[in-house]
Design a protein around this ligand. Structure first.
Ligand code: PBG
Length: 335
């Protein structure tokens, strides 16, 4: 062999050496744990398509949030399943809506956890769309079911109700044009200029959301979400959505889903100077759980590889249903 010998394997000889040169780590501080909150007490209803996840009554959500804190997971992201749904998603912005009540309890009884609230109408509307429906029959017939500008006002009301209840950060996910500007304006005008917005900026119309829609009881009752969520083939458009959201006042931008969109995460990370979040969504979680349950894959190894990959792609923050397990595994490897 000629001198110098080229041997990349020198740096892989043992665990200590590998640890020394490791480029990417998933820290427990980077994780956000989603929770589904429903009415009732003392209730945990298993979500069959998302093994290990539950619809939780508020008292149970408080327990989960406390556990997150004890494991070092800094934040929870709340989704609500209201008692009643209607055409305008009223529970999303009612002072005693399910999320507003959950936020108050969690802030009081699980101090220290950052409470992030999803801002959308799909869990609250009886038709399951993310905004109010168009009055124009022609738009409806063409598949463009949702009235953008009429929805903006309701999203801003929902964000304000959440923040008044104590939410630490709002996360608009309805993919309406101008939603960040509208929410920022209302929060600023109500004395909440210090509350940040994490925008679901590049949110693709994805089949990976299917288990979530069972979990949140929010599938659209007709049509689909392709007239507002993005076409999965589009990278340039994702960049446009991200720039618009930052211009409108987003403090953190998000790419969602994560695994089929690593190029989008990377491009966003390299192009902006705000934190980037990636959402490891319900279908991505369900695939790993199903393969693990079938004995096809090792769950711990796969989850570590998946979450490390999302960080390596460029995400600073990872929203994942694996958060509690991951926190435990990170703690194990640290000792
Ligand atoms: C909706 C919302 C969805 C998710 C997060 N916020 C569902 C959708 O757009 O249909 C999906 C999250 C997941 O799949 O884990 N407002």
């Amino acid at each position: 062999m000629s001198f110098p010998s080229i041997r990349p394997r020198r740096l892989r000889r043992n665990e200590t050496m590998r640890n020394l040169v490791r480029e990417t780590r998933v820290g427990v501080d980077d994780l956000v744990m989603p929770l589904f909150v429903r009415p009732g007490a003392n209730t945990r209803i298993p979500i069959s398509s998302m093994q290990g996840c539950f619809q939780l009554s508020i008292d149970e959500a408080v327990k989960e949030a406390r556990e997150a804190v004890s494991l070092g997971v800094p934040a929870v992201l709340l989704f609500g399943i209201p008692q009643r749904k209607d055409a305008r998603g009223s529970d999303a912005y009612a002072a005693d809506g399910i999320i507003q009540r959950a936020v108050r309890e969690i802030k009081e009884k699980a101090p220290g956890v950052l409470v992030i609230t999803d801002v959308c109408l799909c869990e609250y509307t009886d038709h399951g769309h993310c905004g109010v429906l168009n009055r124009n029959a022609r738009d409806m017939a063409s598949g463009d079911a949702v009235d953008n500008d009429a929805t903006l006002e309701l999203l801003a009301k929902a964000a304000l109700a959440q923040v008044e209840a104590g939410s630490d950060m709002v996360a608009p996910s309805a993919m309406m044009d101008g939603q960040v500007r509208s929410i920022r304006g209302v929060l600023d005008g109500s004395g909440f200029s210090g509350v940040p917005i994490m925008a679901y900026s590049a949110k693709f119309a994805s089949s990976f959301y299917k288990p979530f829609r069972e979990a949140a009881e929010s599938p659209p009752q007709f049509g689909d979400r392709r007239s507002y969520q993005m076409d999965s083939a589009n990278l340039a458009e994702a960049m446009r959505e991200v720039s618009l959201d930052i211009a409108e006042g987003a403090d953190i931008v998000m790419v969602k889903p994560a695994l089929s969109y690593f190029d989008v995460i990377r491009r966003v990370r390299d192009s902006v100077n705000v934190p980037v979040a990636a959402y490891n969504v319900s279908g991505e979680y369900a695939m790993v759980k199903a393969a693990a349950a079938a004995g096809v894959l090792d769950e711990k190894q796969i989850v570590m590889e998946v979450l490390t990959g999302i960080r390596r792609a460029g995400a600073d923050i990872v929203i994942t249903y694996h958060a509690k397990d991951m926190a435990r595994w990170i703690a194990e490897t640290a000792c």
